[in-house]
Design a protein around this ligand. Structure first.
Ligand code: NAG
Ligand code: NAG
Length: 209
């Protein structure tokens, strides 16, 4: 870049002196003089761009250092790992039930930390945070409806009255330590389990708060 600037300066001077000494000669061309001047300005701009690029590179390097420090930090490494997925293991139809019925997905596919209970069907939040829950409910025939409940309060639900079909829903919830979440079947409704795992309940921690 410096070499280029020097070269430009030399060119400019050469152009100038030629013009001055040969003022009376036809070789003094004002167009060449203008072009040289513009080239000089361009060189300056190029140098400025290169300096800006160097600045950007320095900032990028600093950001990368910060990122790698964050990735190695105890906070990032120590983030609790909480996730589960469960189904009904058998070919079974539950219902029509006569009360609001807490479903127990007794077959665990995954349950890191063990915060979902395949005995009660409840997930219990071990840390305060934002969680994602989803369920899919299959039913062979008749009316199927129910919902996702936090501490006994309905959050999202499903309903349908077609044979052999699935419905699903999901929610992102902020939970306090000890809050519990489960899926319940409404009164007079049905749901079916199957070894193909048609009906599922899953959840995981997105981030602690
Ligand atoms: C659903 O299946 C039942 C038999 O299990 C049948 O009587 C009923 O007509 C079916 N309903 C629909 C909507 O296909
Ligand atoms: C259902 O889950 C069980 C247990 O993980 C698995 O062995 C089986 O292959 C699953 N069935 C289907 C159809 O995915």
């Amino acid at each position: 870049m410096e070499n280029f600037s020097v070269m430009m300066a030399v060119c400019l001077l050469a152009g100038l002196s030629e013009c001055q000494t040969g003022a009376t000669q036809p070789s003094c061309n004002p167009l060449i003089y203008t072009v040289l001047k513009e080239l000089g300005a361009l060189g300056e701009k190029l140098a400025a761009t290169a300096r800006a690029l160097e600045e950007t590179n320095k900032r990028l390097e600093a950001s990368e250092k910060k990122l790698s420090a964050l990735e190695n930090s105890a906070e990032y490494q120590g983030r609790p790992r909480i996730a589960f997925s469960a189904t009904f293991s058998t070919d079974v139809t539950i219902g029509p039930v006569t009360v609001l019925y807490a479903l127990v997905y007794n077959h665990v596919l995954f349950n890191t930390g063990g915060h979902y209970s395949p005995v009660t069907g409840y997930f219990t939040a071990p840390v305060q945070g934002v969680y994602y829950f989803t369920f899919t409910s299959f039913c062979w025939s008749g009316s199927s409806g129910g919902g996702l409940y936090r501490n006994g309060n309905s959050i999202v639900s499903w309903y349908g009255n077609l044979n052999s079909s699935s419905r699903s829903n999901s929610a992102i919830l902020q939970l306090q330590v000890g809050d519990h979440v489960n899926v319940r079947l409404w009164e007079n409704q049905k749901i079916s389990g199957h070894p193909n795992n048609y009906s599922t309940f899953s959840g995981f921690l997105i981030f602690p708060v």
